[in-house]
Design a protein around this ligand. Structure first.
Ligand code: FAD
Length: 318
């Protein structure tokens, strides 16, 4: 089925177009096109908002916070001097995404709103998110699936930047013609994703991600990114880990590749890491505690060990 393309030059025009039934946003199209071919997305029209004012800008404000336009590419974030200097965990996560071609075409908004890459979902084989009663991976092929049981679907969210953004406590700004702009955290963006049969990012019809905001308090300090892959490039994370120790000493630790949204380890573990001065035995005990609630499936218990190893390296680096 074909669709039409609209190049919107202002936010108002983009939102008015998106308010019409069957219209959806497009960024680089690197996930939208495969989703269309797979019959998952059937838009009447795609609305390209990359040309609207500010969409391609990365702005560092006087207070140290930063605003990233929705159409900034993953490659631009990886290379940007202020992001590398003040939010290096995000730059590193972006540098680890897919391939140079994907990083140059893919936008930060499209990356956050991409669908997951579970083979049952993409190929429409008995998948809960394609109308099935339960997650086909649970009794099927699930070696890359989630180890934290967050709900019905056991796929993992593919976005590396989302994991770093959750560690940085970023806010995603969303606009629509029907309501004024709203801001949500990364965990709010994906809240309920594992039980929602239709989407992972909780965006309503007509909504457009317009920016991502990085708080000043998250700038600097110590930051670390880990991504464990089956091969060295062009691959999704088996497990990833983003760690941020803010200048005030507080710590946030977030795992990717383990659940249908970036998964923050318990705050009691983060608090113990923030105290510092941990020897190797204490770190081993902490990472074991962090993964205590993991419920791996029959063939992906190895991911618990990977998560512990990624967490351990992150804690040591912080
Ligand atoms: C082989 C392969 C390997 C990959 N490896 C990785 C990886 O290692 N790590 C990783 O993080 N990602 C990976 N990806 C995913 C890739 O990064 C995404 O496809 C890309 O970031 C999506 O960005 P886009 O701008 O092309 O989005 P599009 O394809 O244009 O859109 C994707 C979705 O986002 C929606 N959307 C787009 N813009 C907006 C907006 N402004 N507001 C609201 N919704 C919007 C679209 O409607 C669509 O549903 C990989 C993809 C492939 C194909």
């Amino acid at each position: 089925m074909s669709f039409t393309y609209l190049h919107a030059t202002t936010r108002d025009k983009a939102l008015a177009a998106l308010a019409e039934p069957g219209s959806i946003p497009v960024g680089g199209g690197t996930d939208l096109v495969p989703l269309h071919e797979e019959g998952i997305l059937t838009p009447v029209r795609v609305v390209d908002a990359r040309g609207i004012a500010g969409a391609r800008d990365i702005t560092r404000h006087a207070d140290g916070s930063c605003t990233i336009g929705a159409a900034v590419t993953v490659a631009e974030l990886a290379a940007h001097a202020a992001i590398r200097a003040h939010f290096p965990v995000l730059a590193a996560a972006c540098a680890s995404v897919g391939t140079p071609a994907l990083r140059n075409a893919g936008t930060i908004a499209g990356n956050l709103a991409q669908r997951h890459h579970c083979w049952y979902f993409r190929r429409d084989v008995g998948c809960f998110k394609r109308g099935g009663a339960q997650c086909a991976a649970v009794d099927g092929e699930h070696r890359y699936h989630g180890i934290v049981a967050a709900g019905t679907c056991r796929a993992v969210h593919p976005s590396d930047p989302a994991v770093a953004l959750e560690a940085l406590e970023a806010q995603v700004e969303i606009a629509s013609a029907a309501a004024g702009p709203r801001r949500v955290s990364i965990s709010e963006l994906y809240a309920g994703a594992a039980n929602d049969p239709h989407k992972e990012a909780q965006l309503a019809a007509g909504e457009l991600i317009v920016a991502v905001h990085l708080p000043a308090a998250a700038a600097g300090g110590a930051q670390h990114w880990e991504k464990v892959m089956q091969r060295a490039a062009w691959d999704f994370a088996l497990v990833s880990c983003a760690g941020v120790r803010r200048a005030d000493g507080s710590v946030r630790l977030v795992l990717g590749g383990v659940a249908l949204a970036p998964w923050r380890v318990s705050d009691s573990v983060e608090e113990d890491v923030s105290v510092g001065g941990l020897d190797e035995d204490s770190i081993d005990a902490l990472v074991e505690r962090a993964m205590y609630d993991a419920e791996p499936l029959a063939a992906n218990g190895y991911k618990v060990q990977l998560a512990q190893a990624a967490l351990k390296r992150t804690i040591q680096a912080l």
